[in-house]
Each structure stands twice: as C-alpha cells, then as structure tokens.
Design a protein around this ligand. Structure first.
Ligand code: AMP
Length: 454
C-alpha cells in the first residue's frame, strides 16, 4: 500500500516522501481514512507504531481543506493533549515536519518554562496546539487561551495520562472544549477507565487496534544476562565497549541509580547523561538532542522520564534494572525496533529480580533467552535481597510481592505490586506526576491514582 492511495493532500504527501516513509504503517493505514471520514476514533496503538503520523496527517489535511472560522485571525482549531513534555515536543515536531508545506501554525505548550513567550505565541495566532494538561489549564485560568474554536481534539497516550494521575485535568480540559468536535483517543492499553473515558469523550467511534495489548514487537531481539547485582555496572560498560555500542538507552528504576550509573560510565570513558524529573527542562532537552545526534553514547532514563522519547531506529535498549511493573518492560523495549527497524533489548538481571522476570515473561507469554557473559557468571549461592523503591521495599525474588499484581494488567489489582509501585514513586519520583503539568497546584494534581492502594 502507498500513502498516495489514502486521499491525503499533495503538500502532505510531499512531506511524507521527504521524511523517507515508503508505505503507511498498519495504524496509519487504518487511522488516516477513519479520521478523514470525519468520525471519532478509539485507537489502540503504542509508541513506535507510527501513531503520531496516524493522527497528525489526516488532522492537517482536514484543517487545510476547511476555511478558518473567522477570516483574518487564526484560532486554535486542533488541540493535542499528551502526558509528558517530551512527547508534546515530539508530537509538535511531527506536526511541523508533516505540515511544512501547509500554511498552518503550531505551538507546543508545557510547564517548567516561562509563560510569557507562550502568551506571545498565542497572541500571534496558531492553528494547532500540542500541550500537557497542567500548563494548558494554567493558561486557561489566566484567560490567555481561547479554546472555543477547537474542531479536533486528540488525547495521546491516554493510559499514561491516567497512570500519571491526570484524570481530573483531562476532565477539566474536556469541560472547556466545544461540545461539537472530532475526537481521537490513542492508548496502548484499554483498561476499564480508558473505556469509561472513551465513552464520555467519543461519539460512536471507529475502534482500531494494531498491536495486541502487551505484545512485544517481533523485530526486537530480547536477551537476559544473569549477573550479580554488584557487577551490573561493570558488565554494562563491558558490553558497550566490546560491542562498540553507540546510542544505548539504559533504564534504571530510580533517579539516584541513574545518576550513579552515569558517574560510573563517565569514569570508564563512556559518555552518558541521565534524564529524569529532577533535571531542568533545558538539561533534558540538551541530553536528548545530544543523544539523538550521536554525540552522547548512553542515555540513562527512568520509566516516566523516558515516556514518549522518540528516537528513530534505536539499536539498543538495556534494562539495567528490571521494572517492577511488567507492562513497563513492554514500553521500555518499545523504544527499539521501531516501525520495522531491528533492535536489541538486553536485561541485566540479578537474583533479586527473578520474580520481576517471571512476571514479565508471563505477561509477554514467552521466555526470554538467558545468556551468561563469560567472566560475569553470577554466584550460584547468592541470596535475593529486597529491592528498595523510595521508602518502600519490594521483594522481587520468587515468591515475593512483585508477583502479586502481575498478570492482572496495569489497572487490575489494587494490591501488591500496583500500589507499591506508586508508593515508591511517591517517595523517589513524585515530581514526575507533575512533570507535564508545570507548576500546577497540588489541588489540581492530586497524588497519582494508585497511591491510594499503597
Ligand atoms: P510513533 O509511533 O508515532 O512514535 O512513531 C514511531 C517512529 O516511526 C517515528 O520515528 C516515525 O518517524 C517513524 N515512522 C512513522 N511512520 C512511518 C512510516 N510510514 N514508515 C517508516 N517510519 C515511520
């Protein structure tokens, strides 16, 4: 199938060809005609499937083909809401890339940066706004944002938004949007909460789903290297040096773990930087830009900070520590092998994490091949130790609490794993939940939903 047969305007096809895309991905092949037909859409697609172009292209087409409501002055006709700053920036970059031959203006809006430049841009007039919820509501409250002309509303990564405790913000945003609009909801998973949100937001939507829930892409080669917990750093440096890896995305569970790892790698002569909620927006943007350009060999990230990172054909993802929520494993390795490219996902697993590994394998319904690296053989007599998550302690070993909540899905059980995870983040990564909200008041951003279960 070619892009030409989808009914998109020439300026869009030109931009798509320049981006080097040969043919639409499955989500694009389904979402583009669905959006062009004018109806609402509920799409199950995770990052890496090409979903951004799936909604951006038809949205640009529709905006370009309809005259603006009031001649002379631009009004915001499309609103795209994303959970994180990084994702907002990347989506808006896509809007610019695909819309470069159209006379439409876009803007990205998130917290953590000054409001005045945003107000200036709003005054000059834009057609498309990509925003995180908190800052958007700040502008609305101050009267610097007019959303009364919105014709298209996209909720991107809706499941992530709910995970981050943004449900109240979403409701507030919905309340200020015009009732008559075309709405699109994208989510990697369909929990009951997502279904409830979809019911409220969408009108007789077309439902499309491209990747099975919690499926891992076949183009990603997964491997586990069993290793002692104290030797993980060394093994990582060894792998990077022996294989001469460039552009490695490394995941840690906690922010301070990320910092310590960066220091260690630096000492080994491997350029590395960490991105997490404690870093300033400019530091995070710079780290991401250096990593994308190839100046930085290793980017160390925590799960929440890494959401929405879009790097083309990322060759290596390393789980320095396994996530305690199995679904995060799927999201992590979704960073590699994107849109058909091949990738490698390696997990360094110590005896403490056997329970996490079992939960992950149960979720993805396949065993991950183990491969001991010569010289890094784990001690067969090592005993599992509890895993620290902020102020909480999780037992990752077999028979530990980590398995309590697994298999029941992200939104399944309230007990065990689910609640504990948020509890851990509350202590160590509480800033993340407010990351996209940019200075939002506590009343607007209550503790993440699952904290109650902790
Ligand atoms: P997304 O799922 O929107 O985050 O997109 C994942 C990656 O796929 C991005 O890096 C896009 O540039 C790339 N991509 C999107 N559409 C296509 C396509 N039709 N062919 C090849 N790559 C694509």
């Amino acid at each position: 199938m070619s892009f030409d047969s989808l009914g998109l305007a020439q300026p869009l096809l030109r931009a798509v060809h320049e981006a080097g895309y040969q043919s639409p991905t499955p989500i694009q092949a389904q979402a583009i005609p669905a959006v062009l037909s004018g109806g609402d859409l509920l799409a199950g697609a995770q990052t890496g499937t090409g979903k951004t172009a799936g909604f951006t292209l038809p949205l640009l087409h529709q905006l370009a083909s309809r005259p603006a409501p009031a001649a002379g002055r631009r009004a915001i006709r499309a609103l795209i809401l994303t959970p994180t700053r990084e994702l907002a920036a990347q989506v808006e970059e896509s809007v610019r890339t695909y819309g470069k031959y159209l006379p439409l203006k876009s803007m990205v809006m998130f917290g953590g940066v000054g409001m005045n430049p945003q107000i200036d841009t709003l005054r000059r007039g834009i057609d498309i706004l990509v925003a995180t919820p908190g800052r958007l509501l700040d502008h609305h409250q101050q009267g610097t944002l007019d959303l009364s002309q919105v014709e298209f509303f996209v909720l991107d990564e809706a499941d992530r938004m709910l995970d981050m405790g943004f449900i109240h913000d979403i409701r507030r945003v919905l309340a200020i949007l015009p009732a008559k609009k075309q709405s699109l909801l994208f989510s990697a998973t369909f929990s009951d909460e997502i279904k409830a949100l979809a019911e409220r937001l969408l009108n007789a939507p077309k439902v499309i789903e491209v990747a099975r829930r919690n499926a891992t892409a076949d183009t990603v080669a997964q491997k586990v290297h069993p290793v002692d917990r104290e030797r993980k750093k060394e093994l990582l440096a060894h792998l990077i040096q022996v294989h001469d890896w460039h552009q490695v995305l490394v995941f840690t569970r906690m922010k301070h773990g990320a910092n310590r790892l960066v220091e260690f790698l630096d000492k080994q002569g491997i350029t590395a930087m960490a991105i997490h909620g404690n870093k300033s927006q400019s530091a995070r943007t710079r780290a991401l830009a250096d990593f994308k350009s190839g100046d930085l060999q290793v980017l160390v990230a925590t799960d929440i900070a890494a959401r929405g990172i879009d790097i083309d054909q990322l060759p290596h993802v390393v789980n320095f520590e396994l996530p305690n929520v199995p679904e995060d494993y799927v999201h992590r390795i979704g960073r590699t092998g994107r849109a058909g490219a091949e990738g490698e996902a390696i997990s360094l697993v110590c005896v403490d994490e056997e329970g996490f590994l079992a939960s992950i394998e149960k979720l993805i319904k396949r065993p991950i091949p183990r491969e001991v690296v010569a010289g890094y053989e784990p001690d067969p007599n090592a005993r599992p130790e509890p895993i620290q998550l902020g102020r909480r302690v999780l037992h990752g070993g077999l028979g530990g609490g980590a398995r309590g909540g697994s298999g029941s899905g992200r939104n399944g059980g309230q007990g065990g794993n689910q609640g504990q995870r948020q509890g851990g983040q509350g202590a160590a990564g509480g800033g993340h939940a407010r990351m996209g909200a940019g200075g939002a008041s506590p009343s607007r951003n209550p503790a993440p939903r699952r904290a109650r279960g902790a």
